[in-house]
Design a binder for this molecule. Structure first.
Ligand SMILES: Cc1cc2nc3c(=O)[nH]c(=O)nc-3n(C[C@H](O)[C@H](O)[C@H](O)COP(=O)(O)OP(=O)(O)OC[C@H]3O[C@@H](n4cnc5c(N)ncnc54)[C@H](O)[C@@H]3O)c2cc1C
Length: 309
């Protein structure tokens, strides 16, 4: 029994569905919203002493959390890690700030480059570790450095190159780094009106194409080289396919949605059905973009897709 009340807001036996955009996930043994960096480090030390596994969450918008929940400590960075320092064309943002707040802050100072991120429902930390991207840009293009906590609890600053960004990947996933802060280097090449118009335009595109009225974790699969997931799913007749409470969205067939009280098991099985049908029809192995956490998947940020298990 661990007590971390002095490290921030602390809950026992807390439903994780409250903290995921899929609105799915059983109870975590413990949930902590650390109040600052020192509390985060102290909490990790105490959890390690008690041999508790630790899982970091941002906005929970790219995860499918198991129905069994998580037998460890979930650390959520979104309430306290919200630093926002703007100096000329540089912004330093805390990992827990939302990408929307970050993009709006850039707009406020006439800084361009983050318009793509405005509609991504993640946090700065989650966006950086995932190299989140949309509409032709990605975090790699705007991040200048990242402050991380490594496994030995050393705070380090990594350059853009050291983050080794690639499609929905950064080195922080491989090394289990915790992202604390991100520095962005932005442009002064657009007027406020131009930045706002682009943000509004991209938002309208999302609204018209994505099933934002249902809980989901965004695109379920990574984009396979030379193919479009949505097109293959449509050609295979899977658009709108239901499995329990989960469904392949009939608005955007690259999304699996929580249509009606879906369990994590419903979603996982539907993902496997789609993967199998697409492989049988096109010989393409669809790989998950959404991370499985909790239950048998534990805390691995880098858990493998069905094809390599
Ligand atoms: C409707 C919808 C639309 C979306 N559109 C897009 C899109 O256009 N482009 C895109 O790239 N993604 C998109 N996503 C997916 C998701 O928003 C992004 O992947 C986002 O970057 C995840 O951030 P998060 O804070 O929610 O991360 P989480 O889901 O909380 O976590 C994702 C992974 O990162 C780890 N993690 C989170 N924060 C930290 C941290 N500070 N330090 C270390 N590890 C951390 C977690 O352990 C987990 O493994 C969409 C999702 C939804 C629901």
């Amino acid at each position: 029994m661990i007590d971390l009340k002095d490290c921030g807001r602390f809950f026992e036996n807390e439903e994780l569905k409250k903290y995921t955009s899929f609105k799915i996930g059983g109870p975590a043994k413990y949930v902590l919203f650390p109040k600052n960096e020192e509390s985060l480090i102290e909490a990790i030390k105490r959890a390690r002493k008690d041999e508790l596994e630790i899982l970091i969450l941002g906005n929970g918008s790219n995860v499918l959390c198991a129905d069994e929940g998580y037998d460890g400590l979930v650390i959520i960075l979104k309430s306290a890690f919200t630093k926002l320092d703007i100096n000329d064309n540089k912004i330093i943002a805390g990992a827990g700030l939302s990408l929307r707040e970050l993009a709006n802050a850039a707009l406020d100072k006439n800084l361009s480059g983050l318009e793509f991120a405005h509609g991504i429902p993640g946090s700065v930390g989650g966006g950086a570790i995932m190299n989140a991207g949309a509409y032709g840009s990605e975090m790699k293009n705007v991040v200048s450095s990242v402050k991380i906590l490594d496994e030995d609890l050393n705070v380090k600053v990594l350059s853009n190159e050291e983050m080794d960004f690639s499609y929905r990947h950064s080195i922080a996933q491989d090394k289990n780094y915790i992202i604390l802060e991100v520095e962005f280097s932005l442009n002064k090449d657009k007027s406020k009106e131009e930045i706002k118009n682009l943000m509004d335009d991209l938002w309208q595109r999302r609204l018209s194409k994505q099933p934002l009225e249902y809980p989901s974790a965004g695109s379920t699969f990574r984009r396979p080289e030379g193919h479009f997931v949505g097109q293959m799913v449509d050609e295979a007749g899977l658009r709108g396919l239901r499995h329990g409470g989960a469904m392949v969205s009939d608005k955007h067939s690259g999304f699996i949605i929580n249509k009606d009280k879906a369990t994590a098991k419903d979603v996982r099985e539907l993902i496997e059905i789609v993967q199998k049908v697409i492989f049988d029809k096109f010989s393409v192995k669809l790989q998950r973009e959404v991370k499985y956490i909790g239950g048998e998947y534990g805390n691995s940020c880098n858990n493998r897709d069905e094809w390599s298990r």
